[in-house]
Design a protein. Structure first.
Length: 296
């Protein structure tokens, strides 16, 4: 299998642990980092220990003439130190077989997650989000507008929710916080659309206000983060490297942004990058954006 610059790389998350995956266009399947799987199954974050354990296990499997070893592919993936390194990878069927070599409760929980995660609404929507980068639609989205936000939502959730792209007609709340009331929602959204976008502070304020409005029944966060990046790209030639923003810090900052946006602005500003046309940056952003919405 050949790797190339435009390859699709995904980061999956299992209980706050990264599982790197690489899309094989030729064979139409994902390959998953063995070291990441081993780390998940052993509940081990030390890269060296995972590498040593896999080395031991691979030797054991070879002696048993287990086909898992011969099914292993070598791919260049970004290592924890930021460098691209050759690493062993397995396809989904072999990952399942590997997990069965770990007789513990974590393996069972991992298999439940691994075998069903891509068939959920979020999993299917995430695949749509990946293709957004290659689609013509991303260049046609009306940046910073309500229409543009609806276009993104319709693309992500079309065929998954019957309200894809539609502004909600019911009041909703979360954690005791009431989002914009339906009777005022249209005027609220028009006001947000008219907000200035000439500086980072103005754009961040607009993002915070859109979060408070929460115009859709579901999928607001994932939609609005793409919307924010498109505004930053157009106005400042920047975007957010979401992988630099911790999930819990982000969620806490968004909750407090209703009354004080200082922390969310700090997190966003510290994660800004000029890699606005970088495919990996966009894909990684999607991975983290969907990860923020996962329940523990």
């Amino acid at each position: 299998m050949n790797t190339h610059a435009n390859a699709k790389v995904s980061i999956r998350f299992f209980r706050d642990r990264e599982v790197r995956a690489y899309w094989d266009e030729e064979n139409a399947k994902w390959w998953f980092s063995v070291l990441d799987i081993v780390g998940v199954l052993n509940d081990e974050s030390d890269y060296g220990k995972n590498r040593n354990y896999w080395k031991y296990l691979k030797t054991k499997l070879k002696k048993e003439k287990n086909e898992l070893v011969s099914a292993t592919n070598q791919l260049k993936l970004t290592a924890p130190d930021g460098k691209k390194r050759l690493t062993d990878a397995l396809d989904s069927s072999c990952v399942i077989a590997l997990a069965k070599q770990f007789p513990n409760s974590k393996a069972m929980a991992f298999l439940d997650w691994f075998t069903y995660s891509d068939n959920t609404i979020d999993g299917r929507s995430k695949k749509k989000a990946y293709t957004l980068f290659e689609s013509d639609l991303i260049d046609e989205i009306a940046v910073g507008t309500i229409k543009g936000l609806q276009q993104i939502h319709a693309y992500l959730f079309g065929g998954l929710y019957d309200f894809a792209g539609k502004i909600r007609s019911k009041n909703i709340s979360k954690g005791g916080f009431q989002f914009a009331m339906v009777q005022y929602l249209d005027s609220t959204l028009l006001g947000i659309e008219k907000m200035a976008e000439t500086s980072f502070d103005e754009i961040a304020d607009k993002y915070v206000e859109m979060n408070v409005a929460h115009p859709f029944m579901e999928g607001n966060g994932r939609t609005t983060r793409i919307w924010l990046d498109l505004i930053l790209k157009k106005r400042l030639k920047l975007c957010v490297d979401w992988s630099k923003i911790n999930k819990n810090e982000y969620l806490t900052a968004m909750q407090t942004s209703v009354s004080d946006s200082t922390e969310i602005k700090r997190l966003l500003q510290n994660a800004l990058t000029d890699k606005i046309n970088d495919r990996d940056m966009f894909m990684k952003g999607i991975d983290y954006s969907y990860y923020y919405e996962e329940n523990e």
